[in-house]
Design a binder for this molecule. Structure first.
Ligand code: PHE
Ligand code: NA
Length: 439
């Protein structure tokens, strides 16, 4: 394929499954289950579902339509919109969301490396043998032992991306996503039938209405709603740029939200009941995946097979996200430098590996980097995309672009909602995140 010919998705289901793969990631697995329990159980679902359905789907429609209209990634898309207003530095603005998403790729690739290592440990039956799992993780993460796994994660992503959008990303997501859901269902049956699982179910479901009086509950639900569907102004935008004019953007956005939320629920009902059944603490973040859960597999009947399935499902969830994340700088370099996809993946792979190397060697640096990217760059990117598309471009044209090809077009009521409510709330997410050090 020549450099100027743009690929398109081969099927609607392929596009949606690729977006679902992009959305489902660490946010669903190591943030959502704990948040659901800690911020009021079923009560948390009220703000969360409300925010993700209204704001999450609006952000997705915005990114899909912006990308489709411009047939370009964020840098070129921003450049064109600002140029039409006589501003010639729009591309410099578009670099920010691209850098933000690339930053997520840098730390995701490291975590995928850890997951690959733990998948191999699971295959070898090591969880039954390793004496102290916390100490084991401590002697692995943050040391040179991770480098080779980090590199492997990048190489796997490169191998998929070099095949292109249709033959690489779409084809593998069509296999990985259904498999992911099947595995999660199998794990769900195991977890719910463990003696003592009921306590975990109560933690997740018994509504603590008083938590709704705590602003932090609303803030966490809001932050989750944006992060979980990957709103950062570049990642979903680049997938949208490969869409046909007859694709139904509102329907695709809603389907992405629904599948992503289903995955979050499944993860919560797989993880939390098992954690309670073994009397452990359902923390969020890396310790959950790399200490608490391996500890459970060690003691659980059938722990070997369930540990293998579990880490395989996490690999699918995380790799389908790294493909989307890496596609963003890959597309940007192909377009800017007029180089082939094959050259671009090598360039991006090499650069992001080099940037990630110091983070391999220090968990502290890793934490600061991940915080900087998720607290500042990603929310800034989300705000910039909303301002650019809904304000600088034109809210009516934006709505028409979204409605193009849709069976259920949005009415004019949507315009003030998107232009004022969505954009302002995106700004609130950014500010609260900075104040609270991450939401
Ligand atoms: N949605 C991903 C998750 O839940 C994270 C992500 C955020 C990816 C922003 C891309 C951009 O894990
Ligand atoms: Na997600």
């Amino acid at each position: 394929m020549s450099v100027n010919e743009r690929e398109t998705w081969s099927s609607r289901i392929g596009f949606v499954l690729s977006c679902v793969g992009a959305a489902i990631g660490l946010g669903n697995i190591w943030l959502f289950p704990w948040r659901l329990g800690a911020y009021g159980g079923a009560a948390f679902l009220i703000p969360y579902l409300f925010f993700v359905i209204t704001l999450g789907s609006t952000g997705l429609m915005e990114e899909f339509a912006f990308g489709r209209e411009r047939k370009a990634g964020a840098i070129q898309a921003f450049k064109e919109v600002y140029a039409e207003r006589g501003i010639d530095w729009g591309d410099k603005l578009g670099v920010i969301p691209v850098l933000g998403v690339t930053g997520v790729f840098v730390f995701y690739a490291i975590v995928v490396g850890w997951i690959l290592k733990y998948f191999v440990l699971a295959l070898q039956g090591q969880f039954a043998v390793i004496d102290k799992l916390p100490a084991y993780f401590g002697s692995f993460a943050g040391t040179p032992k991770t480098i080779i796994w980090h590199l492997l994660a990048i190489i796997i992503t490169i191998l998929v991306l070099r095949l292109g959008v249709k033959d690489g990303i779409e084809r593998i997501n069509k296999v990985m996503m259904p498999t992911l859901f099947v595995i999660l269902f199998i794990l769900l049956l195991r977890s719910l039938t463990l003696p003592g699982a009921l306590e975990g179910i109560k933690f997740l479901l018994v509504p603590e209405w008083s938590k709704l009086a705590n602003p932090k509950t609303w803030i966490m639900a809001l932050g989750q709603a944006f992060f979980t569907v990957s709103l950062g102004g570049a990642a979903m935008l680049v997938y949208g740029s490969y869409l046909d004019e007859d694709a139904d953007i509102p329907a695709s956005a809603l389907q992405t939200v629904i599948f992503n939320t289903t995955a979050s629920f499944l993860a919560a009902f797989v993880i939390i009941p098992a954690v309670f059944a073994f009397g452990l603490d359902p923390k969020a973040g890396p310790p959950l995946l790399f200490i608490t859960l391996p500890n459970i597999f060690k003691q659980m009947p059938g722990g070997y097979i369930f540990s293998v399935l579990f880490f395989l499902s996490i690999i699918f969830a995380a790799l389908s996200s790294t493909m989307n994340l890496m596609e963003v700088p890959v597309e940007a370099l192909m377009q800017r430098l007029k180089i082939s996809r094959k050259k671009s993946v090598i360039l991006v792979g090499g650069l992001t590996f080099a940037v990630g190397l110091p983070l391999d060697l220090s968990m502290k640096l890793f934490g600061h980097f991940a915080d900087f990217v998720t607290i500042y760059l990603i929310p800034i990117g989300a705000v910039m995309a909303a301002v650019t598309y809904f304000w600088v471009y034109d809210i009516t044209k934006a709505r028409q672009a979204i409605n193009q090809g849709s069976d259920n077009p949005l009415g004019t009521w949507w315009e003030p909602f998107a232009k004022y409510v969505f954009t302002i709330v995106a700004g609130v997410v950014l500010i609260l995140g900075i104040i609270f050090g991450g939401i």
